[in-house]
Design a protein around this ligand. Sequence first.
Ligand SMILES: NC(=O)c1ccc[n+]([C@@H]2O[C@H](COP(=O)([O-])OP(=O)(O)OC[C@H]3O[C@@H](n4cnc5c(N)ncnc54)[C@H](OP(=O)(O)O)[C@@H]3O)[C@@H](O)[C@H]2O)c1
Length: 339
Amino acid sequence: MDGGLDSVSSYRAFRVHRSEQGSLARSIEELDDRDLPAGELLVEVHYSSLNFKDALSATGHPGVTRHFPHTPGIDAAGVVIESETSSVQLGEEVIAIGFDLGMNTPGGFGQRVRIPSHWAVPRPADLSLEESMALGTAGFTAAACLDKLEVQGMRPSDGPVLVTGATGGVGSVAVGLLSGLGYEVYASTGKPEQSDYLRRLGASRVLDRNELADDSGRPLGRETWAGCVDTVGGSTLASAIKSLRYGGSVACCGLVGGTSVSTSVFPFLLRHVNLLGVDSAEMPEGEKKRIWNRLADEWRVGGVEMITRSLRLEGLSEAIDQILAGRMVGRRLIDLRSS
Ligand SMILES: NC(=O)c1ccc[n+]([C@@H]2O[C@H](COP(=O)([O-])OP(=O)(O)OC[C@H]3O[C@@H](n4cnc5c(N)ncnc54)[C@H](OP(=O)(O)O)[C@@H]3O)[C@@H](O)[C@H]2O)c1
């Protein structure tokens, strides 16, 4: 399935240019791998995937990308074709997500990346490159959230778990992962027309995102959730915190609905709840390896094919606009072998 590209130094990439006036333009270009930055590994990228952060990069969000022209793509999976370190062999299949990849280092929306060796983890035996990128940073982050919730002691018998932004990339994988492990999953969405999709992924109940809105001003809500994977932030996160059951936890990983959170201390003082931060980008290599191995094994997510659509580089621009508008459902795999 993961055959090689011809070993030529030119490759194709989805690029973003910024004019002197600050306007941005996207194009697909032929590049030369001699233009890539220095790094221990040259990787022939077979697959990448689209994440919310890529859309921020492609639209010049200064917290993500400052230098243009730029090749976004925070995810890349492929084969090592040059290695300056004995720890990674030529021909090894690797997965690289996060760190500076696709931010200010040319990323996975090009058929080649050159990266430091600690950005790459070996592909787990039971996860193909294609499967790893169907999950991508979004799926990895859903797993990292569950990993942290479990460390706090969350178990399926504790009660319902809320997933917010449920039709998005992180949300969809979180719903599939949790339900596959026997959790009762409540999926919150702004797309009620996608209820069937969420139920097929395993959600027990689908909530309209407005049902979570809480403008009562009360410091505590009804004890409802044993845990929560929150991709939204803002008032959604605040409302999840005050509705946790005694000792419950929220894994906070996203900001699509806002970056400020207003909460009193009462849920923490009276209900012993936990607010857990999750970052997939700078997570050390050993931790990344551990989470990927869980995803390849005991946490294999069912239904990934159902949530994933494959695109070539040509389809990226439209998908970026879709994710920015909050209209994305599931995941987009980028197939660079056929691009
Ligand atoms: N911490 C980390 O390491 C990490 C890693 C990956 C992603 N993230 C973050 O996680 C978030 C989700 O990423 P993603 O890749 O899953 O993005 P995505 O595919 O675009 O999904 C986001 C989903 O959030 C919901 N949403 C969109 N706009 C909203 C709004 N204004 N208010 C409430 N809900 C809204 C939508 O789902 P519904 O219509 O179903 O509600 C949307 O599909 C992003 O903020 C991203 O930056 C963080």
